[in-house]
Design a protein around this ligand. Structure first.
Ligand code: SF4
Length: 339
């Protein structure tokens, strides 16, 4: 592995993308960007990052923000527990570290929402500690340059790759970690054909020399996806719509349109909703989470008076103050047409 390290490091220093969180090595900036980048493409994160930093420029501001406002800032990024954990960690940093980001790998790893990958990234980039940051990109590049037909979903393999990389880490661990990740993101890409012609390792990479790059890495584990059906009630009273805070399960504590499990008939809806003045079947949507698939249909229902423990709010209020998960966004777009 040693012979690849300098090639990756030099390539990164010459070719790294100009990204807003790379302007400095402030751990707050690196931390927020790393959490946003989990499950989200870089291009999509840039605007969110700017908006977040404008409103919450410091750890203290993050520790004091109201949860609803925080979730609104996070709206569209999904996996909202990431945002809640940011705030929890910020409160701990304010209380236990006097507002200064902790500087050891173990302390960083102990913060809510920070796993080994993120702790490795922050501690190497910001504090130059000899720690690795192993994500899917890094494992793919490692397996290809070493022509290893390994199953990277296997935790023992992940551990082994981390150990191999750690043995060969250069002093500039932060730039090396970012370099191998970036190589996996832009050159040694997943699926399809990696761009070996542009790769600094093309004369050394074992998989490329043996024409095996597309066969590596192997993935044996298939994620089991369960399916659920929902009926949404798009309740309208005057110019206001009913929202409800989800109490359990996936998206707990997020705002949603009132709903019930299963596909309900007109008759069944009429039995549940009082004061109906009109009702019509509306759009359907399928939303796919990592392990779940929601099949959602909906009814537009006008009611004569507000009822229940819902928040009755108008469209501009929803846009400004209520974070709706993306599963519900097609329904929000649909009710906007009626205003
Ligand atoms: S030569 Fe091709 S397969 Fe090998 S590391 Fe570079 S891009 Fe990946």
């Amino acid at each position: 592995m040693k012979k690849y390290v300098d090639l990756i490091l030099n390539w990164y220093l010459e070719n790294k993308r100009d990204l807003p969180w790379r302007k400095d090595i402030d751990p707050y900036h690196v931390w927020i960007s790393e959490i946003m980048l989990q499950q989200t493409r870089i291009e999509a994160v840039i605007d969110y990052y700017h908006r977040f930093m404008k409103r919450l420029p410091t750890i203290q501001a993050l520790s004091e923000v109201e949860e609803d406002e925080l979730l609104k800032l996070w709206e569209g990024l999904g996996y909202y527990n990431r945002a809640r954990n940011l705030k929890k960690a910020a409160i701990i940093i304010m209380k236990e570290y006097h507002g200064k980001f902790p500087q050891t790998y173990e302390e960083i790893l102990s913060l809510p929402g920070i796993g080994k990958y993120t702790a490795g990234a922050i501690s190497s980039i910001c504090f130059h500690l000899p720690e690795v940051a192993v994500d899917g990109n890094v494992m793919r590049v490692f397996c290809r340059i070493n022509n290893k037909d390994w199953d990277i979903a296997d935790s023992k393999i992940q551990k082994r790759i981390g150990e191999e990389l750690k043995k060969n880490l250069p002093q500039d661990s932060g730039n090396f970690n970012q370099g191998i990740m970036e190589l996996g993101e832009v050159i040694c890409i997943p699926g399809g054909m990696p761009k070996c012609d542009l790769c600094p390792l093309k004369y050394h990479c074992m998989a490329h020399l043996k024409n095996r790059e597309c066969l590596i890495p192997r993935r044996n584990v298939k994620t089991k996806v369960s399916e659920e059906e929902y009926t949404l009630f798009l309740l309208k009273c005057g110019d206001k719509f009913a929202l409800h805070k989800r109490e359990v399960g996936l998206l707990k504590n997020m705002w949603e349109f009132p709903n019930e499990k299963g596909f309900l008939t007109y008759e069944e809806v009429r039995k549940r909703i009082p004061h109906i003045s009109s009702i019509e079947l509306s759009i359907t949507n399928i939303h796919i989470f990592t392990h779940k698939k929601w099949f959602m249909n909906s009814y537009k229902i006008e009611v004569e008076k507000e009822f229940g423990s819902y928040q009755w709010v108008n469209i501009s209020d929803i846009e400004k103050n209520y974070a709706l998960p993306s599963a519900f966004m097609p329904f929000f777009e649909e009710i906007k047409k009626d205003i």
